[in-house]
Write a protein that binds this ligand. Sequence first.
Ligand code: ADP
Ligand code: MG
Length: 253
Amino acid sequence: MNRFIECVGVGKIYPGKDEPVEALRGIDFTCDAGDFVCLLGRSGCGKSTLLQMMAGLETPTFGQIAVAGKALHGPSPDAAIVFQDHGLFPWMTVQKNVEFNMKALGTPAAERKRIAAHFIAMTSLTGFEGRYPHELSGGMRQRVGIARALTTDPKALLMDEPFGALDAQTRGNLQDELLQIWEKRRTTVLFVTHSIDEALLLADRILVFSPRPGRIAADIKVDLPRPRTPQSDAFSALARELRGLVGAERDFD
Ligand code: ADP
Ligand code: MG
């Protein structure tokens, strides 16, 4: 089996201000290369914590995480993260932001330029290379974050509610673009969301998290045909099941 990401007995306790916070407990899960997995749950379930640990930005208090067969010790070039608030450097142009991860890995300037141009075109940002983040719309900023993450050809994209702050139409467009990238490159995607509809539109598999401490409450396979339509009966039936598992709370759609 091609176990691409493996979490064994992963737990996380933050020191906290007054008392320790147990963010996650007993997380066991593996995913294969090329899977599209959504981590679904209400806020505070530990989804971001798990993603940051898989990105090597936080260390687990208990257990182990391996990416591409290697135990994690800090950020791995195999997995690139896309943050909810895009995580761009405000003082850098689009071009500089997109080149940043390659520069950190020591990619030569000419190659950086060639690769950046490719992903800037792929994310429809050609012509905006000289702009600064504050001169772009929210959707464009997210696309810069995605372009930057793709430049180092990561085997996995770790996405933390990347479209959560966008209007419905922009979110729909970026969901389509992400699915196209995934279908073409077969990148493994771990995608955090609190939207049931978003999880059902995107994922092959949905891990439902429950809170205090965060745990995986259910592991649901989604074998709806693509492209998916929320109007279908099978989609609605799964959405109903997931609503029961997540607990009643407004979806943002
Ligand atoms: P989610 O992404 O599902 O909303 P988080 O992973 O952000 O959940 O948070 C899980 C729990 O851990 C929450 O109770 C949150 O307050 C707590 N937490 C997250 N980050 C920190 C931190 N750096 N220090 C202390 N507590 C934290
Ligand atoms: Mg979060």
